[in-house]
Design a protein around this ligand. Sequence first.
Ligand code: GLU
Length: 438
Amino acid sequence: MKTTRFAPSPTGYIHVGNLRTALFNYLIARKSGGEFILRLDDTDPIRSTEEYADAIKEDLAWLGLHWDRVEKQSDRIDRYNFSAEKLRNSGRLYECFETPVELDLKRKKQLNMGKPPVYDRSALLLSTAEIQELRLNRESHWRFKLDLSRINWDDGILGDLSIDAASVSDPVLIRGDGQFLYTLASVCDDVDFGISNVVRGSDHVTNTATQIQIIEALGGDVPHFAHHSLLTGSKGEPLSKRLGTLSLRDLRASGFEPMAILSYMSRLGSSEPIELFDNLEDLAENFNISNFGAQPTKFDLNDIIPLTKKYISTLDISEVSDDLIKTGIPSDIAPKFWIMVRDNINTRTEIKHWWSICSEGVAPLIDEEDIEFIDIAKSLLPVGTFDESTWKNWTSEIKKVTGRKGKSLFMPLRKALTGIEHGPDMSKMLPLLQKINL
Ligand code: GLU
């Protein structure tokens, strides 16, 4: 059984970029019958808000990615203090006094000399007296002292990775104002919650190297890490501002279905073909992190459209009854209406369009050369209630009288009755037309 977590900062909405992270962690936990934790990384009190935390929960719930437990980092400051103390006592956390400007200057100097901009550890050379003195005048921050060896792990996606700790600055774990930084908080949580698997974006690879050492210094078990590639636009360009920040709320408002989005995301960038799954259990069963590659992954919103359409066409009326009621479709008509319409819409929002055609009719679309033909058709329209045989009987009559057949028979009728060239099976639609404006 695996324990995973999705750890967004409540400083914005879930967008297509971090949805992958949420989904992969969810699927790993579910596939193994384990636990999926929602962790809110809210240690930054200025940027984190309750509204965003609620919005994240709402979006995950809409997707059906239900968490077993929710944890907030702001509730766990005691634990971070405890871990920091443990690291201090073992000589792995040290106090530094450089200001941001001084650090920046050091970095620039190193770069000018062609050296990597790694923190020079000059704080470690301070004497106790110097430290006392500095404390009187300056805020101090605290860095984790890396063990300068190679850090190796078997990444679930990237394979064997090895990072030289000497090429990385000792990470700051506590800021000058006392705020615990993500690096410590995340490690402390992962250890405390028994996280066994962590999937996150490849922008976290260096963090992982340092976090592995911190976990070990705290005596915790190192989770199994996997870093997924970052998304690009459909032509391989960096994910545009618009797409990069495309939130789930935007997708929802555009009528994309959760199962279509999740099916797409669960295969995008993997060696397996994208296919539509009906439910999350099947999705989890068929998910395998080792099928994903390191290459940047092309994201194309247009690919979710056919999946949404296909998903909708499989829905039973019970799964759309709210939408039908909201649209004002009477319950006696609803079953036939749904069967007629479900193969002909891209999103649920289009239900309204077809209902308006049925209930209010349309201004008929009649080409010049069809005016007479439509007049004849009108005169042959049966009286009384229509059923599914009406269309066939009516068009046979029209065919007899006018001699038209095939497309030249059916298309003008469709256009006159619905105002457009494509749409549902007319034999199913005709009995549902409550107003015919021929
Ligand atoms: N809050 C971090 C982020 O959103 C979490 C990263 C992690 O998974 O450890 O980047």
